[in-house]
Write a protein that binds this ligand. Structure first.
Ligand code: NCD
Length: 330
């Protein structure tokens, strides 16, 4: 593969042009996913290994389906089924897998920086970050953008000029971090909303976010007149201290409900990366209503991961969207 290796490790550091190309290529694949035969020959002969060392339903399945729909061979490795439980290091495991000549290694890991670390050591395999600790989850931000692009296109609006509130456990969220960078690149207004304990002040002054970000500790104020409310799961598995007094109190102050949306942001759509804790960060009534785009996020996730795998496998070779979705698999 040589020079064609192209990692996707974070949204931070991408150019706006690259970000939009991935979203637009994802849009091309939406059309493939609507066909009877949802498969194209684009990555025939390529191999994708999904190394998921943290629990995952949608991301892992989505990467596997994306690889198969591109006609690539997909292999799944989980922690329980790997030699990591025998004490092998992450790097040794990754080098072992690289020796079998996969084109792409999709990695999910509980440590922030794990994907960057592997990318520094792998020579012939492209690394795609499927979530590293609290750091980034780039394909989630991309699929969120594709979902918004599809939704707002129907209202004659583009991805630019949006006002988005990201609500909840920002501190522990890689989804929030990737989305912040993505919307800052697009020049959108990003409001981070949450209790002080889950919303570190330094987010407002991160260099590179160019004054696009503001912090709110009141849900009503934070979501007022926004176009998009992105709810985040309270990530109790990452919390070693007590950041909230109780779940009841948290959901009373920061749970997104229909009454609140009707009063403060009646036109807003609601995103949630899943898995959702119904009744805590968002009510079931909101999640099950047409303004919630959670199922669309999952559907478009497959298309985005097809675009990301294509980009990782073929690097700069395929830049034009009209080349990507053509043909049917034999
Ligand atoms: C997110 C993750 O794992 O970071 N989920 C996902 O990938 N869809 C968010 C979460 O776990 O809360």
């Amino acid at each position: 593969m040589g020079n064609a290796v192209r990692h996707l490790l974070s949204i931070e550091g991408l150019t706006k042009q690259h970000l939009l190309r991935l979203v637009n290529n994802g849009r091309e694949f939406v059309e493939v996913l609507q066909r009877d035969l949802k498969k194209v020959p684009t990555l025939r002969g390529k191999t994708v290994i999904n190394l998921f060392l943290e629990p995952s339903t949608r991301t892992r399945t989505s990467f596997e389906i994306a690889a198969k729909r591109l006609s690539a061979d997909a292999v799944n490795v989980s922690e329980g089924g790997s030699s990591i439980v025998k004490g092998e290091t992450l790097l040794d495991t990754a080098l072992t897998l690289q020796a079998m000549a996969p084109d792409i290694l999709v990695v999910r890991h509980k440590e922030s920086g794990a994907a960057h670390f592997l990318a520094r050591h792998l020579r012939t395999t492209a690394v795609v970050n499927a979530g590293d600790g609290m750091h980034e989850h780039p394909t989630q931000a991309l699929l969120d953008l594709l979902t918004l692009q599809q939704h707002f296109a129907a209202h004659n609006r583009s991805l630019e000029g949006l006002r988005i509130a990201i609500v909840g456990d920002i501190r522990h969220s890689r989804v929030a971090r990737s989305n912040m960078w993505a919307h800052a690149l697009l020049g959108n207004e990003v409001r981070l909303v949450g209790p002080r304990t889950l919303l570190p002040e330094y987010f407002a002054s991160l260099p590179g976010l160019r004054g696009n970000i503001s912090l709110f500790h009141s849900l009503q104020e934070g979501i007022r007149d926004v176009d998009v409310v992105m709810c985040l799961r309270l990530q109790l598995e990452r919390q070693s201290e007590f950041f909230i007094p109780s779940l009841e109190e948290y959901s009373r102050e920061f749970g997104v409900t229909r009454t609140l949306l009707d009063a403060c942001a009646p036109k807003a759509v609601v995103l949630h990366p899943g898995p959702a804790n119904r009744g805590i960060e968002v009510s079931s009534e909101v999640l099950d209503s047409p303004r919630a785009l959670m199922q669309q996020q999952v559907t478009f996730g497959v298309a985005i991961r097809m675009a990301v795998l294509l980009d990782a496998a073929l690097g700069g070779e395929v830049e034009e969207s009209h080349q990507i979705a053509g043909g049917h698999a034999a």
